[in-house]
Design a binder for this molecule. Structure first.
Ligand code: URP
Ligand code: ZN
Ligand code: ZN
Length: 466
């Protein structure tokens, strides 16, 4: 059955125009005014609504064994949460620990998603150690269509790689033409600072930020950029949180390093005072890099609008109150992470676009089009064009609601944005032409989501200018 979306304002990275969209066989078949519906097609009245390309979250954790526990979502819960929030594709980090086999990990992560997700998905493959076998397996994983790597400069002895391992991973990435995403913090400094703080009785969540100060992230960012320069690889800094790291990344971009920057929802809106709340209330806001002093936020917003921060993800990583309380005796034991997948689009719309910090075009570009381009999904995803997948978000800008854990689909007992007002929501969301959300509610087919396989070569020769 076809679908005709009539009279909406199409908002893309290029601009805004009123038009109808005809969907056939999962794809956009025509865009124009006065389109007529074929027999049996469903007609959706989009007058007074905005129509966006489906949003893409380039950085989520769903299956994640981490810090003596597991992140709470499954693909069933996470994909429903994503869809009601307007995200039609997410890219999950495959994170086997250092002691585990890369290929076995990859197969496990694929198995967890297969048949369970209601939206489309892809993976970034974490390289958590380096040896001959791992190299061979990474080549196989890239051949299978997972054409981006992840490395951690932090989390020593668990996910983290040494400089030597990073060098080898980036050489392989350069050879294969895949982009490498990186968590940039100096693991050695974090470990030393943590021990110093604990030794003087500083055990609460408010000490998490001082254990990973801004210069620790700036150093990691600089080092990653230096290794990209040495290897010729392309890189992407994930969850950049502060001005010194931003300056390090921008300096590298300016000298021609092929580096792109992601910042994530919490760092635009929350600050370190949240993690300074008492006990578990503060622990709920412990993530890495940590929430920073608010003075960093104007630079993040400004760079996002200017296009020097390229994308906005979430680093969605839900742990509930009981899990967070594992860190009651030492902040170093608090599972790091916060959910955000369900609320990214509405919060960036409300506190970015509606507050005049972000243009509609940059909003669409940073939350949809640019992730699609950087990770080999464009123009199938991230665009409203004839031939693109019909992943569409029909957005009601008049809707008003207050965020609450009591009504969320994310599998967690708190929401870091509890009580925040949103000014708009996805009314209807389609995944490859099928309505998965209607009137803001998930009405879809649970296993509809497909793994998106990507060509490794998509990244060859890409520069900031192209
Ligand atoms: O605190 C965070 N960010 N948790 C998830 C793992 C990571 O570093 O991305
Ligand atoms: Zn990280
Ligand atoms: Zn992450």
């Amino acid at each position: 059955m076809g679908l005709l979306i009539k009279g909406g304002e199409l908002v893309t990275a290029e601009g805004r125009r009123r038009a109808d969209i005809l969907v056939e066989d999962e794809r956009i078949a025509a865009i124009g005014t006065g389109l007529t519906a074929p027999a049996n097609a469903e007609v959706i009245d989009a007058r007074g609504k905005l129509v966006f390309p489906g949003f893409i979250d380039p950085h989520v954790h769903i299956h994640l064994p981490f810090m003596a526990t597991f992140a709470k979502d499954t693909h069933a819960t996470a994909s429903r949460a994503a869809l009601v929030g307007g995200t039609t594709t997410y890219i999950e980090m495959v994170c086997p620990s250092r002691g585990e086999d890369a290929l076995a990990g990859y197969e496990l992560w694929k198995h967890k998603a297969q048949g369970n997700s209601a939206c489309d998905y892809a993976f970034h493959m974490a390289v958590t150690r380096w040896d001959e076998k791992t190299e061979e397996q990474l080549r196989e994983i890239v051949r299978d269509g997972t054409a981006s790597f992840k490395i951690f400069l932090s989390y020593k002895d668990f996910f983290g790689v040494t400089d030597e391992e990073m060098f080898h991973a980036l050489k392989l990435a350069a050879e294969l033409g895949v982009i490498t995403t990186a968590h940039c913090e100096n693991a050695e400094l974090v470990g030393q600072l943590q021990q110093e703080l604990l030794a003087t009785g500083k055990i609460g969540p408010e000490w998490h930020e001082p254990s990973r100060p801004e210069f620790v992230e700036a150093e990691g960012t600089t080092r990653f950029a230096t290794f990209l320069e040495a290897t010729g690889a392309a890189g992407y800094v994930v969850h950049l949180s502060c001005r010194p790291a931003l300056e390090a990344a921008l300096a590298a971009k300016a000298r021609g390093v092929r580096l792109w920057i992601e910042s994530v929802l919490p760092h635009f809106l929350l600050d370190k005072t949240y993690a300074e709340r008492e006990d578990v209330e503060g622990m709920k806001y412990v993530m890495s890099p940590p929430l920073r002093n608010k003075r960093n936020q104007p630079a993040l917003w400004h760079s996002l609008e200017a296009g020097s921060i390229d994308t906005v993800g979430t680093d969605h990583c839900p742990f509930d109150g009981e899990q967070k309380a594992l860190g009651t005796k030492a902040f170093t034991q608090i599972p790091n992470g916060i959910p955000g997948l369900e609320d990214r689009v509405n919060l960036m719309w409300t506190y970015g676009v509606k507050r005049g910090r972000l243009s509609e075009q940059r909003f669409v570009e940073a939350l949809s089009t640019q992730p699609a381009k950087l990770f080999g999904l464009y123009p199938r995803k991230g665009a409203i064009e004839v031939g693109a997948d019909a992943d569409l978000v029909i957005y009601d800008p008049e809707y008003r609601r207050t965020i609450s854990a009591a009504t969320q689909l994310t599998n967690n007992d708190y929401n870091g944005f509890e009580g925040w007002e949103i000014e708009g929501r996805p009314a209807v969301v389609t995944v490859r032409g099928k309505v998965q959300v209607r009137d803001g509610k998930f009405v879809g087919e649970q296993g509809r989501g497909r793994m998106l396989r990507r060509e490794p070569q998509y990244f060859r020769g890409e520069t900031h200018a192209s």
